[in-house]
Design a protein around this ligand. Structure first.
Ligand SMILES: [Zn+2]
Length: 236
């Protein structure tokens, strides 16, 4: 099977990288599609330089996870909403033919994340319609979709993936995004890299506690298809 993550910025995959590593380890294929190269994700590094750095970081992280990576080259913090993004993602889905799509829940707070999530779910359906003609043939059935991120409404995860054996590789991939570690001059929180790693680890331990395993990643499934519960190696 083919799992495709559709995200906005290099490091977005860190929310679900254990699932990617586990899936690859089980003999499946994984592709990470990033809409931007993260050219505005720093307080001082010039945008073009930052894009280069974060492209490299993303490629290293993907290699550690065993995934391929594709960039769409939208502008960070300016991903367009609406039809143009959806049309591009229709062709992405048609080219990659995913069985599973992981993407942001369309109700998360940040606009880039929200737009990519909504466009990904709409494109996944539209890509399956034979009479929607683009450069690529239609892809059926449309992939099962699992959302990640924290919605602004109090929606609880309903799918957990046990990533207990994959925390080391997950952390190693996360460490590659070092441009994002000490980011903002205005951030006076005093958090060290080790503090951030502890916080990162704790988050997935918390999901593990919620689902009865050591470490887990959490998803909200797209309802409406019974099969939505079958494709991820979830704890239920
Ligand atoms: Zn992001």
């Amino acid at each position: 099977m083919h799992l495709v993550l559709i995200g906005a910025h290099p490091d977005d995959e860190a929310l679900v990288s254990g699932t990617i590593a586990k899936y690859v380890d089980q003999g499946h294929r994984a592709t990470i599609v990033m809409a931007t190269r993260g050219g505005r994700g720093h307080w001082k590094t010039p945008s073009e330089k930052l894009k280069e750095i974060r492209t490299m970081e993303m490629e290293k992280a993907a290699e550690i996870l065993g995934a391929e990576v594709i960039f769409l080259d939208y502008k960070d913090a300016d991903i367009p909403g609406g039809d143009s993004l959806r049309e591009e993602l229709v062709d992405v889905v048609r080219q990659l033919k995913p069985d599973i799509v992981l993407t942001f829940h369309p109700l998360v707070w940040r606009d880039d994340h929200r737009r990519i999530g909504l466009a990904a779910v709409d494109a996944s359906l539209k890509a399956s319609l034979p009479l929607v003609e683009t450069s690529y043939p239609y892809h059926r059935p449309s992939p099962d979709i699992y959302f990640f991120g924290r919605p602004i409404t109090p929606l609880k995860p309903d799918i957990y993936v046990d990533i207990t054996g994959y925390m080391d590789v997950k952390i190693e991939a996360f460490r590659q995004h070092s441009s994002q570690w000490v980011k903002w001059e205005v951030d006076k929180s005093g958090m060290s890299m080790e503090d951030l790693l502890e916080q990162y680890t704790h988050r997935f331990r918390q999901y593990g506690i919620e689902s009865g395993v050591k470490y887990a990643e959490a998803f909200i499934s797209k309802h409406g298809r019974k099969k939505a519960y079958d494709l991820l190696p979830s704890t239920r």
